[in-house]
Write a protein that binds this ligand. Structure first.
Ligand code: SF4
Ligand code: SF4
Ligand code: SF4
Ligand code: FES
Length: 691
């Protein structure tokens, strides 16, 4: 007997729930539940169980077995309920059932995978159907919703009745299809494919930055590649390091095109593409320009999707070690909120674990003199930005005001949408604000020459390496606010190199001088967080009253675009939160065309915000395809951090109040502008100027 399993056909992409009237049936069923007197069992419990099944169908998780149970329940409740309410309660659902069955059958196919009978949506690919049934087909070029091009030939499978193997990532299932995923023929083909790829690959695994986290290595291991049975190209490194944030080495590129797909399809930038033909094919910029001369926005999204060591961030750890070894330097580390909910992944901890305490402890063991929290910088950002937002709302000048925390967004705006530069907030991003306060207020407070205060910023994003070199990021002329940026991955590497047993570290606190933030500062790490943090302060500043509303849940979640409208002291303010630069570009186009109007807009270049930054730990394709990595990290910031803070509004922070009182004066005034604000420069694409 074949093992029979049921696969969910009610996916977001099929039309079942949209046209079936499920929502109408659910609405009326909920009404009858409310009307039930609760006396007899069939009506009291039966209708409740019907409701759960309707919810499941409505959520897109219903199965044919659920339709069977629903059918039985409707008959049972009608026949056994005590009064007319119960007897008629299931009528609407019963009449919808036959339509649902027809739709279910129309959008479902029965197939066999390795002899196992499977029912799955007719829109599924072989890869998806096999995965749902618990069979893992290896992939290399495929990335869900980003890159489905059938290029690498790793995911090939046998289909009965076809003479050639087919690429499972791009081949849809069909009724009665019989698929074999791991036959000798398939395994041989996969091994030969990998041997061919490896024959044109510079294999210096032991010294490669992706050693032990390389998808090509793992595929070769699992496919049983013992040697490369073809003439081996003797490749030399092909290093392209024209930017401050990333390095390309095409001698390790497998031409999966995941990087080009994310750059164009997710970021709407498209500065890298595939060039030449046949064996000479390679990835690079148009006209063989260096990336540093193209309009790259430094987001690093290409790095986190690259399966090999072909794309990496610029390694700045040597500069950090040098500073730590220099007795004349007072070396301070500052860490962004998104780092603490991802660093644990470098040490195989579950995605979305908040390791703030261990991170601080590790930084102390590495030898930093003090460790501060970039969330404190975010609290200062809110003080300045909320002042700016209120002023613009009052004067109605340059609306919408658009946030400026995200370095890659600023690059994108300056290069692709310079007409929106007047709309940008002039606030420096949180890491730069904190660096500026360290070099001015704090250096003076502890009696150190700002030139000897060396600030290392740990960031989730590669673009921050470039951001610190912007000319206006010097509160003291000639002294950069931040000295060096390392990514979450680089910090993870430093911890491993230092022999620090991360799992065993105690939880320690940031140093108190600039290390205790509010919850508002924490949520800067996720899409919607900056807007929510700003609203917590704006609502009170505009009314001079304490507001009960702390959580703006409508701005949370991983959707690329979120909108809401608020009443701010009698004034309606329409806000939008957008992540992913392609989404940002579309939103700006709508504003330009007069199709949309907003008062305040938050833009983050990385999908999901900084938690999805290009400097975060890299996961393999299968994990990226089937786990909502950013949602787990985001939850850790809201539930494990913001919710637990005694203070959740930036203006309530005692540190913020003390520094304004003793050093800055009022937000938006002279000192604030010198230390905490910046300027932008249009950099039209045709005359791309470096920062
Ligand atoms: S990219 Fe992977 S296979 Fe290639 S050298 Fe690096 S670790 Fe080895
Ligand atoms: S860093 Fe961003 S903009 Fe630059 S090439 Fe990579 S994905 Fe494209
Ligand atoms: S650079 Fe990396 S992501 Fe881009 S095509 Fe090459 S291997 Fe794939
Ligand atoms: S062809 Fe399917 S994963 Fe590359």
């Amino acid at each position: 007997m074949p093992d029979t399993r049921t696969v969910n056909p009610f996916t977001e992409t099929n039309s079942f729930q949209k046209i079936s009237g499920t929502e109408i049936a659910k609405f009326f069923h909920n009404f009858t539940i409310d009307e039930s007197c609760g006396k007899c069992t069939p009506c009291r419990i039966g209708t409740k169980r019907m409701q759960s099944i309707l919810e499941k169908i409505s959520d897109g998780h219903g199965t044919s077995a659920d339709l069977d149970v629903l059918e039985k329940l409707t008959g049972y409740i009608t026949e056994n309920s005590f009064c007319g309410i119960g007897q008629t309660a299931p009528n609407l659902v019963r009449s919808a059932l036959s339509a649902w069955r027809n739709e279910y059958d129309a959008c479902t196919v029965k197939i066999k995978v390795n002899g196992m009978e499977i029912e799955c949506p007719s829109t599924a690919t072989i890869l998806e159907a096999a995965k749902t049934a618990g069979i893992n087909i290896p992939t290399l070029c495929y990335l869900k919703e980003i890159n489905a091009i059938g290029a690498c030939s790793i995911c090939m499978v046998e289909v009965k009745g076809t003479s050639n193997l087919v690429a499972s990532c791009v081949t849809p299932v069909s009724q009665g299809m019989e698929i074999f995923t791991h036959t000798q023929n398939v395994r041989d083909a996969r091994r030969i494919t990998l041997e061919l790829i490896l024959s044109n690959h510079r294999k210096d695994c032991l010294t490669c930055v992706r050693n032990l986290s390389c998808e090509l290595q793992i595929l070769a291991l699992n496919a049983g590649v013992k040697s490369v049975g073809f003439a081996d190209d003797e490749l030399k490194p092909q290093i392209e390091c024209s930017t401050l944030h990333l390095v390309r080495d095409n001698s390790k590129c497998v031409l999966c095109r995941r990087c080009t797909a994310v750059c164009k399809g997710v970021q709407g930038v498209g500065v890298i593409g595939v060039h030449d033909r046949g064996f000479e094919t390679y990835v690079g910029c148009d006209f063989d320009r260096h990336l540093g001369d193209a309009a790259c926005v430094s987001c690093g999204q290409c790095v986190i999707v690259c399966p090999t060591g072909a794309l990496t961030e610029v390694d700045d750890t040597a500069t950090v070690y040098e500073a730590l070894a220099d007795d004349t330097k007072y070396v301070v580390a500052i860490a962004a909120p998104a780092v603490r909910v991802a660093l644990g992944e470098c040490f195989d901890m579950p995605i979305g674990t908040n390791v703030q305490g261990k991170m601080v402890s590790a930084l102390r063991q590495l030898g930093f003199n003090e460790i501060f929290d970039v969330s404190v910088g975010a609290d200062f950002t809110i003080m300045e930005e909320s002042t700016e937002i209120i002023k613009r709302l009052e004067t109605e000048e340059h609306l919408p005001i658009i946030t400026s925390c995200c370095c890659s967004w600023i690059n994108y705006c300056e290069q692709y949408y310079p007409e929106f530069i007047p709309n940008l907030s002039s606030c420096k991003p949180p890491q730069i604000m904190l660096g500026a306060l360290l070099k001015t207020y704090y250096a003076k407070k502890i009696g150190i020459d700002p030139k000897d205060l060396f600030v290392v910023s740990v960031m989730p994003c590669t673009g921050k390496k470039e951001e610190i070199r912007r000319p206006h990021h010097q509160a003291i002329p000639g002294v950069f606010d931040i000295d060096v940026v390392i990514t979450t991955r680089e910090l993870g590497h430093m911890i491993s190199t230092g022999g620090i047993m991360f799992h065993k570290l105690p939880n320690e606190e940031f140093d108190p001088a600039l290390g205790i933030s509010t919850g508002a500062g924490y949520i800067f790490g996720t899409s919607g967080g900056v807007m929510e943090a700003a609203l917590r302060t704006i609502a009170e500043k505009m009314t001079d009253k304490v507001s009960d509303k702390v959580s703006f849940t409508e701005l949370r979640g991983m959707q690329g675009v979120k909108e809401a409208e608020y009443d701010l002291n009698g004034k309606k303010a329409k806000v939008a939160v957008v992540s992913g630069l392609k989404n940002a570009g579309n939103l700006l186009d709508s504003i330009k065309a007069g199709k949309a109007r907003y008062d305040v807009v938050e833009v983050m270049a990385s999908p999901g915000g900084c938690i999805g930054g290009g400097g975060q730990p890299i996961h393999d394709g299968a994990t990226m395809n089937y786990t909502n990595i950013n949602e787990l990290r985001s939850l850790a910031l809201y539930q494990g951090a913001d919710d637990l803070r005694p203070l959740r509004k930036s203006h309530e922070s005692p540190i913020v109040q003390e520094v304004y009182q003793h050093a800055i004066g009022e937000p938006g005034q002279k000192v604030a502008h010198e230390w905490l604000h910046t300027k932008y420069q249009a950099r039209p694409l045709e005359s791309k100027k470096k920062i």
